[in-house]
Design a protein around this ligand. Structure first.
Ligand code: HEC
Length: 135
């Protein structure tokens, strides 16, 4: 291959690479979980579920849950699916979800200092609701 051709080929490869890196060309993010079929947990309120939805999706208290658990809460390589009703930690009760948040998650309050106790209660209620959707 002549140096000129090689240069051309490299340029072409670069252009393809650039268009891959173009954020506008990135796949759309999955849909946000529908509120339909969700309900408040025993001992929690619907207002908490709504607040927790906002924390989960980074609209309140600097929540970062959806970064790892996915915008649709169905998991990414960095966090598991929270919508199946099956749990790694405990039985999925509100108490267990909250305990997991407080003790196991990298985002536990006191570690990132952004979620107030009320935000933790709210996002726990939301995660509970996701795992107990009425189908
Ligand atoms: C940095 C990535 C990351 C972030 C941010 C994150 N999580 Fe997680 N989360 C994980 C991983 C990984 C696991 C699985 C942990 C394990 O197996 O020990 C997990 C587990 C959980 C569990 C337990 C699930 C089960 O099956 O028992 C819950 C509930 C949970 N996360 C909720 C949240 C909430 C709510 C937020 C936001 C306040 C959050 N996570 C933010 C990575 C993350």
């Amino acid at each position: 291959m002549s140096p000129r051709l090689a240069f051309l080929a490299l340029g072409l490869l670069g252009a393809v690479g650039l268009s891959w890196a173009d954020p506008a060309a990135a796949p759309a993010r999955p849909p946000r979980p529908s509120l339909e079929g969700l309900r408040a947990p025993p001992g929690g309120s619907w207002a908490q579920v709504l607040q927790g939805d906002r924390v989960f999706h980074g609209e309140l208290a600097g929540g970062r849950c959806s970064n790892c658990h996915g915008w649709d809460a169905k998991g990414t390589g960095n966090g598991n699916d929270l919508t199946t009703g099956m749990w790694i930690w405990g039985d999925g009760s509100l108490r267990m979800v909250k305990a997991t948040l407080m003790h196991n998650m990298a985002v536990a309050p006191g570690m990132d200092g952004e979620l107030t106790p009320a935000d933790v209660d709210a996002v726990a209620a939301y995660v509970w609701a996701l795992g107990h959707r009425q189908r």
